[in-house]
Design a protein around this ligand. Structure first.
Ligand SMILES: Nc1ncnc2c1ncn2[C@@H]1O[C@H](COP(=O)(O)OP(=O)(O)O)[C@@H](O)[C@H]1O
Ligand SMILES: [Mg+2]
Length: 235
């Protein structure tokens, strides 16, 4: 069955460690439409694995391919939206609005194509609408709740129309109801916009109902847990 699925991320014989190995000859294929959870003990290498996928770290050996092209040979990774782990406070030192934050990611495009300002504003507003923050685009980001800040950062990642979204601990510092809102938004993006989603989390009890696959980093390997559910994928 897996033969028919489109690979969007392919990890092959991947090894990496800072002093000792965290990941040793690990393999993983992530398919278009997956909503994949990654779990593992503190310090097992979850954030490190994401940095390897994003090309921020270079493997000791093995490879990571995104849409069939080695990450190390790509000039940009526009097809991936990355929402990194928030720090506890997540304050920005000056007043800034969600609209301004989302527009930060359009900077490259502005330089190259000279798209009219109104079009940029519309793109940013559309991204904020897809995380249900249309009514708050002009708020002070610093006064927003943890869950709302996280949604602003998702909109920032979405504004370039990525086909993969990657999250590192998106529910850290977010209260229970806001976690539900957050994951419902991710589920909508996954099902209705066909965005592949990869989430590192230590809150498996809360989030497992959303995932179709769960991978655990253990003994320097990437092990798949439980029954895999491909029902929602159109194959
Ligand atoms: N830049 C670094 N240099 C050296 N060691 C690091 C660095 N980043 C992380 N580590 C170590 O690598 C291990 C895995 O870190 P990390 O990937 O952040 O784990 P996780 O996200 O699973 O908690 C930890 O022991 C951490 O201290
Ligand atoms: Mg981490």
């Amino acid at each position: 069955m897996r033969d028919k699925l489109e690979k969007v991320i392919e990890i092959k014989d991947l090894s990496f460690g800072y002093d000792k190995f965290l990941i040793n000859k690990a393999n993983l294929e992530i398919y278009k439409g997956d909503f994949l959870g990654i779990i593992g003990a503190n310090g097992s290498g979850k954030s490190t694995l994401l940095k390897l996928i994003l090309g921020e770290l270079k493997p000791k050996s093995g490879s990571v391919k995104i849409n069939n092209i080695a990450v190390c040979s790509k000039s940009d990774l526009r097809e991936i939206g990355y929402v990194k782990q928030l720090n506890m406070e997540n304050q920005i030192a000056f007043p800034i609005t969600p609209l301004e934050i989302v527009k930060l990611n359009l900077y490259d495009e502005m330089k190259i194509f000279k798209i009219p300002r109104s079009e940029h504003k519309n793109k940013a507003l559309n991204a904020l609408a897809s995380v249900r923050l249309s009514d708050r685009y002009n708020y002070n980001f610093n006064t927003m709740s943890g869950g709302e800040k996280q949604r602003v950062l998702i909109a920032k990642a979405l504004v370039n129309n990525p086909d993969i979204l990657i999250f590192d601990e998106p529910t850290a510092g977010v209260d229970y109801d806001s976690k539900e809102v957050l994951f419902n938004i991710l589920q909508h993006l996954n099902k209705n916009h066909n965005i592949t989603i990869v989430v590192v989390t230590h809150e498996l009890e809360f989030s497992k109902k959303y995932f179709n696959r769960i991978i655990e980093i253990e003994n320097e390997e990437l092990n798949e847990l439980e029954e895999v559910n491909y029902e929602h994928l159109s194959i």
